[in-house]
Design a protein around this ligand. Structure first.
Ligand SMILES: Nc1ncnc2c1ncn2[C@@H]1O[C@H](COP(=O)(O)OP(=O)(O)OP(=O)(O)O)[C@@H](O)[C@H]1O
Ligand SMILES: [Mg+2]
Length: 148
């Protein structure tokens, strides 16, 4: 499991990847034992690990009285994590492929993040694929959207 491997790697206990002599990690630099490495993000400024749950902006937790239930996105550790990685990839021009079980909010979350991007810098282009979409059709769809 990656969690165990990563912790072993940090301790220099993985065969063939021993830790350099001068390299020391204090306890605070190691991911907390109270969960998996996936549950935390390292805050460089504060030099500590924070759980994804604690990164949720508390201001967004109150639901406006006129909100439509169908448009609500409930902030969870998972939404914080996905938003972070999607933004990091966008900031560094890295393509991202998101995979996971159906109905877990991949599309809903991605759309939420994309709609909040600055309009003067980004153009969101959604292309739907089915089992019958041909390469030519995909090209046409993309071209039709960039045509002026
Ligand atoms: N954190 C959340 N808050 C509110 N609604 C959510 C949340 N996560 C998922 N949903 C809802 O769950 C439903 C399914 O999500 P979505 O369509 O994004 O799943 P998906 O991961 O893209 O699935 P698929 O792999 O089938 O495309 C949507 O109606 C979405 O609004
Ligand atoms: Mg989807």
């Amino acid at each position: 499991m990656f969690d165990q491997f990563y912790r072993k790697l940090l301790q220099g206990k993985v065969d063939g990847s021993s830790k350099p002599e001068r390299f020391k990690l204090t306890k605070g630099m190691l991911p907390p034992e109270s969960g998996l490495v996936y549950d935390f993000i390292y805050e460089k400024e504060m030099q500590r690990w924070v759980s994804w749950h604690d990164t949720i902006n508390q201001d967004h937790l109150t639901i406006p009285s006129d909100a439509k239930v169908s448009q609500l996105l409930i902030p969870t550790a998972e939404t914080a994590r996905q938003d972070f990685f999607l933004r990091s990839c966008i900031d560094h021009d890295v393509p991202m492929l998101l995979i996971g079980p159906t109905g877990t909010g991949k599309t809903a979350l991605t759309n939420a993040t994309l709609t909040h991007l600055p309009k003067d810098k980004f153009i969101v282009n959604t292309v739907h694929f089915s089992a019958r979409t041909s390469a030519g059709q995909a090209q046409d769809i993309i071209m039709s959207k960039v045509d002026r």
